[in-house]
Design a protein around this ligand. Structure first.
Ligand SMILES: Cc1cc2nc3c(=O)[nH]c(=O)nc-3n(C[C@H](O)[C@H](O)[C@H](O)COP(=O)(O)O)c2cc1C
Length: 307
């Protein structure tokens, strides 16, 4: 499936792995890129030097392109933005905000810039500032989310911009990819399914929670203070939502989530940890290599799209 995105990024398949905080480290990114998609290293809240090491380690595992996701709310975002240029990274995606202030530096270095957007307005603005493509991410997805669903957001963004659109949120098999293409996307970004890949370093407790999850097993915390996050229901989400309903402030709730994604990913704390995952978790039933996942999804999508 040759699209403007496969050409832009020099990849075989129109599949991008989400730059997931703590999860998207060099093993996962390299495995997805080796399998013909685009692997991303998640910059998250990590200092620039940590991201630099991750980029170098990924490059030892693959000659194929890899990208970096910059989490714009991170206190280290500026350092990470510079490291990306210094390390010769070819693709950057950005999450949680507006990357305008780095755009000139990245474009001057020939880096392809792909902001993640949750609205038509931000997509148009990013196009005006020179973005090469946008990821339109619906609220089915794991992690920080917007308000629109993938089904409604992707076609509206595709109509509003002329740069290519990558659909994200709730895509976990070839049917999802085919549907995204029908909505006007030219590639997809997948997070939750890659969390359970064999190459993902995520603790087995976390993977098993996703594998055993049902369709209704995710919950959104943080809606009341404007930073909604989707993760799998557990003691933490129940407590968080209860306190939100009681009208507690962000500052009073912050202790419940500080460091808890790390605890879930590395220590396997799926009770009080933040088990970020999307609504598609209910459909994900097994651990496979990234190559197996990508080939299975592409074969199914190809048949459905008659390609
Ligand atoms: C564990 C986890 C962590 C995530 N962290 C980030 C992040 O740091 N930055 C970002 O832009 N997106 C992040 N995301 C969103 C993914 O990059 C991707 O867009 C999303 O997972 C796609 O939806 P899906 O989960 O339904 O496949 C995260 C998602 C998950 C599941």
């Amino acid at each position: 499936m040759n699209t403007r995105i496969t050409q832009l990024l020099g990849i075989e398949y129109p599949i991008i792995q989400g730059g997931m905080a703590w999860v998207a480290e060099h093993h996962l990114a390299a495995a997805v890129s080796e399998a013909g998609g685009l692997g991303l290293i998640g910059g998250a809240n990590a200092p620039g030097e940590v991201v630099r090491e991750e980029i170098r380690k990924a490059k030892k595992l693959t000659d194929k392109p890899i990208g970096v996701n910059v989490m714009l709310l991170s206190p280290h975002a500026e350092d990470v933005a510079k490291v990306i240029v210094e390390e010769g990274v070819k693709v950057v995606t950005t999450g949680a905000g507006n990357p305008e202030k780095y755009m000139e530096m990245w474009k001057a270095a020939g880096i392809k810039v792909i902001p993640v957007v949750a609205s038509v307005a931000l997509a148009k603005r990013m196009e005006r500032y020179g973005a090469d493509a946008v990821v339109a991410e619906g609220c089915e997805s794991g992690g920080h989310i917007g308000e629109q669903t993938t089904m409604t957001l992707v076609p509206q963004v595709a109509d509003a911009v002329s740069i290519p659109v990558i659909a994200a949120g709730g895509i976990g098999d070839g049917r999802g990819i085919a549907a995204a293409f029908m909505l006007g996307a030219e590639a997809v970004q997948i997070g939750t399914r890659f969390v359970v890949s064999k190459e993902s370093i995520v603790h087995d407790n976390y993977k098993q929670r996703i594998i055993k999850a049902k369709d209704i097993d995710s919950a959104v915390t943080g809606r009341t203070h404007g930073h909604p996050v989707r993760s799998l229901r557990n003691q933490m989400t129940r407590q968080y939502v209860k306190l939100e309903e009681e009208g507690k402030s962000f500052e009073e709730l912050e202790y419940l989530t500080l460091g808890t994604l790390r605890n879930a990913v590395l220590e396997g704390d799926v009770i009080n940890g933040t088990v970020m995952a999307g609504q598609i978790a209910g459909m994900i039933s097994k651990e496979q290599t990234c190559k197996e996942m990508i080939e299975e999804m592409m074969e199914q999508a190809g048949k459905l799209l008659g390609r």
